[in-house]
Design a protein around this ligand. Structure first.
Ligand code: FAD
Length: 400
């Protein structure tokens, strides 16, 4: 029986696990190894600080869900991969594999900027449940004693969409809390222009973002790096110093330590893959999701990364799965889909409204792009959250 080990139990890892098991049934022995024992619907973390979601609303236990499908689950952290021995070392023993799927997501690189982040720094984050809960405690304190808010994303960040969603949600939350007139809101980003999203913009996303910022009174500062953060001020590379009482800044992402320690990644620890999502140097190692190395296609004044969204993570996992199946069954077909050619699909929430966008491919040139703002986008994200958690809880990854 072919042994497949999957590192990570989130968007990419679960998609790979369920799809492989459904398609290969008893031909494969699949083990998912995950540092976290839960699946968390990360896109809803933007609502946790305001009490609009509780952790239990947006997460579930991986073990019963996977075991119900005949997939083994190990709650452990992979610490090293030894590709020449087809072996993964973890905090709970060693695991051999015939095929390995790396879907370990990011390490959050707060040390890029002095004073950044909730652990030892001064800014909040919404990248994990613990961070979002901490951001909520800070929000509750802030509401009692409001002042300037700074939201944004650092140099080398990639997850810009989350920062945009959060700035609109915090603006909405400030209105709901009756403190909007006591609060200034500034959005700071390394993107070359507002609405770039790390994808070079989508359709009229720049104009649209500028319009909505103006409409709700958010000041945008683009093309800047953050040099340092003190308890009350944020120092920017353009010489500006922004005072703040509440700040949420998305950090740069790195590949996880296990990858960096195994020499399988690029300088940032992301896995270099070909268009089949196979490691460029190893025939039996695949990667999907945030773990994959992708470069922004053109030079920017301030270095920025490329977002690998939940949807893109799933698409990558599906391509990897097709290619693993082909090898397991001894077929000679390779499914290829370059990251640039993935058609992005996203709903960005803005409190009581939002934007839906899709495009023919991640990077320009594109044949089409669609960008629909409106309150229904908010409800679409709410519906999608419920649908997606149901889908993953039941292993129905054959559904869209
Ligand atoms: C605040 C926020 C909002 C977002 N909103 C959206 C959105 O609206 N729409 C959208 O499409 N995307 C959104 N994203 C992006 C989306 O969350 C990611 O694309 C998605 O989580 C990537 O999935 P992944 O499986 O690659 O990695 P992750 O979801 O990061 O999961 C990584 C998995 O690997 C495990 N792991 C990590 N290290 C190890 C290790 N050493 N050993 C074993 N297991 C390990 C983790 O426990 C986890 O199970 C958002 C991201 C953030 C932070």
């Amino acid at each position: 029986m072919t042994k497949i080990v999957i590192l990570g139990g989130s968007f990419a890892g679960l998609t790979a696990a369920f799809d492989l098991k459904r398609k290969l049934k008893d031909e494969v022995d699949i083990t998912v190894i995950s540092k976290s024992k839960n699946f968390v619907f990360i896109p809803s973390l933007i609502w946790v600080p305001f009490g609009w979601r509780k952790p239990e609303d947006i997460s579930f236990d991986l073990k019963p869900v996977l075991e119900n499908k005949g997939i083994k689950f190990v709650h452990a952290e992979a610490t090293k991969i030894i590709p020449d021995k087809n072996l993964v070392e973890t905090t709970s023993g060693n695991y051999e594999y015939d095929f390995l799927v790396i879907a370990t997501g990011p390490d959050l690189h707060f040390s890029e900027v002095e004073g950044l982040g909730p652990n030892g720094g001064y800014t909040t984050s919404i990248c994990t449940i613990d961070h979002a809960l901490h951001a909520g405690e800070k929000w509750d304190e802030f509401v009692k004693n409001p002042g300037p808010i700074v939201i944004g994303a650092t140099q080398k960040a990639s997850c810009f969409g989350a920062a945009y969603e959060y700035v609109f949600n915090i603006e909405y939350a400030a209105r709901k809390a009756g403190i909007r007139d006591k609060v200034s809101i500034t959005f700071v980003t390394s993107e070359p222009f507002l609405g770039n999203f790390g994808l070079g913009g989508v359709g009229k996303s720049q104009k649209m973002t500028e319009y909505f910022f103006k409409k709700v009174g958010i000041r945008g500062i683009t093309n800047v790096a953050i040099e340092k953060i003190t308890p009350n001020e944020i120092y920017l590379s353009n010489g500006e110093v922004l005072p703040y009482k509440y700040a949420m800044i998305i950090p740069p992402f790195l590949g996880v330590k296990a990858i960096r320690d195994s020499g399988l990644g690029n300088e940032a620890g992301f896995i270099p893959v070909d268009d089949t999502y196979k490691h460029v140097n190893y025939d039996n190692i695949y990667a999907a999701g945030v773990a994959v190395a992708v470069k922004y296609p053109e030079p920017t004044q301030i270095p920025i990364g490329v977002p690998k969204t939940g949807y893109m993570s799933e698409v990558m996992a599906r391509v990897a799965v097709d290619n693993i199946i082909s090898k397991v069954l001894g077929k000679n077909h390779a499914k290829k889909l370059a990251f640039a050619d993935i058609a992005p699909l996203c709903v960005m929430d803005a409190g009581n409204m939002g934007v839906f966008f899709m495009a023919s491919r991640n990077f320009k040139p594109r044949k089409y792009h669609i960008l629909f703002p409106g309150p229904w986008s908010h409800w679409m994200k709410v519906w999608f959250e419920k649908y997606y958690i149901w889908k993953m809880r039941n292993g129905y990854t054959q559904l869209p």
